[in-house]
Design a protein around this ligand. Structure first.
Ligand code: TTP
Ligand code: MG
Length: 554
C-alpha cells in the first residue's frame, strides 16, 4: 500500500484548491494556527446493549450473549462475536452458528437509555460541548479542559494506540505544537474511559484527534476497550486507509448514489473531483463539504449539550378491548416514565398520550393527543409526581386524552400505550440567593428562554429550596431552614385552576380553553383586593418571602 507523504498531500490539496476556489481559505485547508489546537474525543461503547445486560446480570459475563429485538440479534458481546455472531443477524442463523448463545429480549430500551444518560452526564463533567451521536456514541470537545489541566495531564508515554502503530518519534511534528495537546487529550481519554468502567461498568473505545471526522474514524480501530490517537501529519494516510466513501459519516445512500452517477466510488476518486464536476449534482455548499471530508477536513464544532426535549416511555401490551382496562395500563407506563422524569429533574408542562390501535377499518394505526399541565402541580420538585394525588391527576388527564382518541371507535383494541412529558422547565437559582420563589422559572430546551410568573398563596412552604446550596450550610443553620420549610399541605392541580379559580365574569368553558399561564394570571388578578395591581400583589408576596427568609436566617 502506498502512503503519501504529508507534503505530497498538501501539494495535491493546494492544487485542488486552486482549481476549485479562488479563495483557498474557503476550503479551510489545514493552516496550523487556525484549524488545529482543538482536542476532540469520540467515545463509542463496546457492544452497548449486551454490556448493559451483563452489568445488570453479572452471571452472564463469561457467556456468549446476544440481544434480540423481534427476529434479529441486534448486538452481541465479543465472546459471541468470536463464535460468528454479527450485528443484526437473524436469530435462527445466530442459534445455528452458536447454539449456546444466551438471548436476551432488548425490546424495552429504557435500561439502555438510562446507561447512555449516565455516560453523557459523566462526560459533561469535562465539557459543555458533548454531542450525542445515536445511543452509544458521544463527541466531546475537551480543548478547554486539556488547556486548563495541562500539568496534570502530562504523561510519560502516549496512552492507547497510535494510528498505524507508528512510533511517535517517527511522526512528522506539526508546526503549531498541537501534537502535545493531542497527547494530553489521549491521557484524558484514558482517564475518562477508566472512570466509565469503574463507575458505570462499561468498556468503551475512543478516538482522539483535532476534528470530529477524524476522531470518529479512529475510535473503532482497536475494538474493544481501547483508544487510538492520530497526528495531523498522518491525515493523508488515514483517508487513503479508510478508502470507502460509506465510512465517512454524513455521506449517506443518496449522496453515494449521486456520486456513483459521475463515476465516484472511493475517497481517492472524490479527492480528484473538482467543483465543476460536483456542481452538476450538488449545491455548492454540499460540494465543498464533500471535498473537505474527502481530505479529512471537518470544521464542524461539537455542539453544546442539549437535554432531551421530552421524556417518555412506550409499552407494547396484550390487546385490551375495554376502556375500563386503560387506567391500569396507563398507570404502569406512568410509573416508568416518572422514574425517568425524576432522574432528569426538570418539571414538565405538557403531557402526551400515544396509543396503537385497530381503527374501524381493521387497520393498526397510531395516534396521540397532548395537553398542557401546570408546573404548579409538582410544587417545584418533579419527585412529587409520586404523590398519590399528583399521580391520580395525571392519570385522569391521560384517560381523558385516551378517550378523545378512542371515542370514534366501534370496538376498542389497543396494543400500545405511551406517555411522554414535554416542555420541560429547569429550575435555576437567581442571583446569590439560595432560595428563590417558585415564580421564577426558566424554560430551557426551546429556542427562546422566557420567565413566567406563577403565584399561588403566601405560604412560606411555597419557596423552592436549592439543595446544593442547602447542603453547604452549617448543620445548625441547615436544620433550622429545613424545620421552617413545611412540606406541601396539598398540591394545587390544574383542574383546580380550571374550576375553582375561574373568575366570575368569565365563561368557565372559555376560561378552561385558555393556556394555563393565562388562566393562572386571570385567577390571581380576579382575587386581588379592589384597587391592588398585580405588581403590588407580587411585591407583597415577595416581601412575605423575604420576611420568611430573615426569620429562617435569624
Ligand atoms: P453500535 O455502536 O453499532 O454497536 P455496539 O455498541 O453493540 O457494538 P460495537 O462494539 O461495535 O460498538 O450500536 C449501539 C447499539 O444500538 C447496539 O448495542 C444495539 C443497537 N442497535 C440496534 O438496535 N439496531 C441496529 O441495527 C444496530 C446496528 C444497533
Ligand atoms: Mg458501540
Amino acid at each position: 500500500m502506498t502512503h503519501f507523504r504529508t507534503s505530497t498531500f498538501l501539494r495535491i490539496a493546494k492544487k485542488r484548491l486552486a482549481m476549485i476556489s479562488p479563495e483557498p481559505d474557503e476550503l479551510g485547508i489545514i493552516t496550523p494556527d487556525e484549524k488545529h489546537g482543538h482536542v476532540i474525543i469520540h467515545f463509542d461503547i463496546d457492544c452497548f446493549y449486551a454490556q448493559v445486560e451483563i452489568v445488570r446480570n453479572p452471571t452472564l459475563v463469561d457467556k456468549p450473549v446476544g440481544v434480540q429485538q423481534r427476529t434479529l440479534v441486534v448486538t452481541s458481546n465479543y465472546i459471541a462475536r468470536e463464535r460468528g455472531i454479527y450485528k443484526c443477524m437473524p436469530v435462527i442463523d445466530a442459534l445455528n452458528a452458536c447454539p449456546e448463545l444466551v438471548l436476551i429480549n432488548g425490546e424495552d430500551v429504557a435500561p439502555y437509555r438510562e446507561y447512555a444518560e449516565k455516560i453523557t452526564s459523566l462526560l459533561r463533567e469535562y465539557s459543555d460541548r458533548v454531542e450525542k451521536l445515536g445511543f452509544d456514541e458521544n463527541f466531546v470537545d475537551v480543548t478547554e479542559y486539556v488547556s486548563q489541566n495541562s500539568d496534570s495531564l502530562t504523561a510519560k508515554e502516549i496512552q492507547g494506540r497510535i494510528f498505524q502503530e507508528k512510533n511517535y518519534e517517527d511522526i512528522q511534528k506539526c508546526e503549531c505544537g498541537c501534537d502535545q495537546l493531542l497527547i494530553k487529550g489521549a491521557t484524558l481519554a484514558k482517564t475518562i474511559r477508566e472512570r466509565i468502567y469503574k463507575e458505570i461498568g462499561l468498556t468503551t473505545c475512543a478516538g482522539v484527534s483535532w476534528n470530529k471526522l477524524v476522531s470518529k474514524l479512529l475510535s473503532p480501530m482497536h475494538k474493544p476497550n481501547n483508544q487510538t490517537i492520530m497526528f495531523p501529519s498522518q491525515l493523508d494516510s488515514l483517508m487513503y486507509f479508510i478508502s470507502d466513501l460509506k465510512k465517512i459519516p454524513g455521506i449517506g445512500r443518496s449522496t453515494l448514489d449521486k456520486l456513483s452517477s459521475i463515476g465516484v466510488t472511493t475517497i481517492a476518486e472524490l479527492q480528484l473531483c473538482n467543483l465543476t464536476d460536483l456542481d452538476r449534482i450538488f449545491d455548492r455548499a454540499t460540494a465543498l463539504r464533500l471535498l473537505k471530508l474527502s481530505y479529512g477536513i471537518d470544521d464542524s464544532s461539537v455542539k453544546f449539550f442539549e437535554k432531551n426535549k421530552s421524556i417518555g416511555v412506550e409499552d407494547s401490551i396484550k390487546p385490551i378491548t375495554a376502556f375500563s382496562q386503560c387506567k391500569e395500563k396507563l398507570k404502569i407506563v406512568l410509573k416508568r416514565v416518572s422514574k425517568l422524569l425524576i432522574e432528569d429533574g426538570r418539571v414538565p408542562t405538557s403531557l402526551k398520550v400515544s396509543i396503537r390501535y385497530k381503527n374501524n377499518s381493521g387497520d393498526t394505526v397510531r395516534d396521540s393527543r397532548q395537553t398542557a399541565i401546570t408546573s404548579a402541580l409538582f410544587r417545584g420538585n418533579v419527585a412529587n409526581i409520586c404523590l398519590p394525588e399528583v399521580e391520580e391527576n395525571i392519570l385522569k388527564k391521560s384517560l381523558e386524552l385516551t378517550k378523545k382518541m378512542t371515542q370514534p371507535l366501534k370496538h376498542i383494541f389497543i396494543t400500545l400505550f405511551g406517555i411522554s412529558f414535554g416542555k420541560l422547565i429547569e429550575k435555576k437559582v437567581l442571583g446569590n440567593s439560595f432560595f428563590f420563589p417558585k415564580n421564577f422559572e426558566r424554560v430551557v430546551g426551546e429556542s427562546s428562554c422566557s420567565q413566567t410568573s406563577r403565584i399561588s398563596d403566601e405560604d412560606p412552604s411555597d419557596v423552592y429550596l436549592d439543595e446544593t446550596v442547602l447542603s453547604e450550610l452549617p448543620l445548625d443553620l441547615k436544620n433550622e431552614v429545613l424545620s421552617s420549610y413545611r412540606s406541601p399541605k396539598s398540591v394545587k392541580c390544574q383542574n383546580e385552576f380550571e374550576t375553582q379559580d375561574c373568575p366570575n365574569n368569565w365563561d368557565p368553558e372559555v376560561y378552561k380553553s385558555l393556556p394555563v399561564d393565562i388562566r393562572e394570571e386571570l385567577a390571581l388578578t380576579s382575587k386581588r383586593p379592589a384597587g391592588e395591581t398585580l405588581v403590588q400583589k407580587q411585591q407583597k408576596r415577595q416581601k412575605s418571602i423575604l420576611e420568611f427568609l430573615y426569620f429562617c436566617l435569624g
